[in-house]
Design a protein around this ligand. Structure first.
Ligand code: AIR
Length: 186
């Protein structure tokens, strides 16, 4: 294969594997929670990467990750951490990409509130879009919604997702009404 053809193919392949979402977490012990974000992004066929970045144990890696994220082509970062959960806020301070924070009820968390407040209570000017405790799935959905504003394929997948969700709840209501009638549905 000619050299130019080869490099052309390389560029196309690189584009095909362009990562849009970075999922990062303070420890691999966060993975059981954070993998929900990966699962839903897979459902929407959104390319993502997933790795460990700790604000306290690997501060240099954190600065590098955040600083390079936009130029590497990421569009959104989902960051999860537990306890003194400074990762999402510090990442947000270092990039203009939207950062979605996932508070995790980790082994070092007292009751989850420490993680929630560490991520939620950001100073003006440095927002972190914080989801509920352990709600990595919702973080993935918000990331998809952000991508969906400029990607019709993803937007259509989100519309289908919502339609399916509505259908399944209406089905449940119908099943309930067989035993528990209500005036509203009659
Ligand atoms: N953590 C790691 N570096 C900074 C923080 N806040 C968090 C991880 C994990 C918790 O500490 O995000 O939720 C416990 O980590 P480990 O590795 O001890 O299990």
């Amino acid at each position: 294969m000619a050299k130019t053809e080869k490099s052309k193919k390389k560029i196309i392949n690189k584009k095909a594997h362009q990562t849009h979402v970075g999922i990062i977490m303070g420890s691999d012990s966060d993975l059981p929670v954070m993998q929900d974000a990966a699962t839903i992004l897979n459902e929407f066929a959104i390319p993502f990467e997933l790795t460990v970045v700790s604000a306290h144990r690997t501060p240099k890696r954190m600065v590098e990750y955040a600083s390079q994220a936009a130029s590497r082509g990421l569009k959104v970062i989902i960051a999860g951490a537990g306890g003194a959960a400074h990762l999402p806020g510090m990442i947000a301070s270092l990039t203009i990409l939207p950062v979605i924070g996932v508070p995790i009820k980790s082994s070092n968390s007292i009751d989850g509130w420490d993680s929630i407040l560490s991520i939620l209570q950001m100073p003006n000017g440095v927002p972190v879009a914080t989801v509920a405790l352990n709600a990595a799935k919702n973080a993935g959905i918000i990331a998809a919604e952000i991508i969906g504003t400029s990607d019709k394929t993803v937007a259509d997948k989100l519309i289908n997702y919502k339609t399916d969700m509505e259908k399944s709840v209406l089905e449940k209501a119908k099943n309930l009404s067989a035993k528990w009638p209500n005036n509203f549905d009659e």
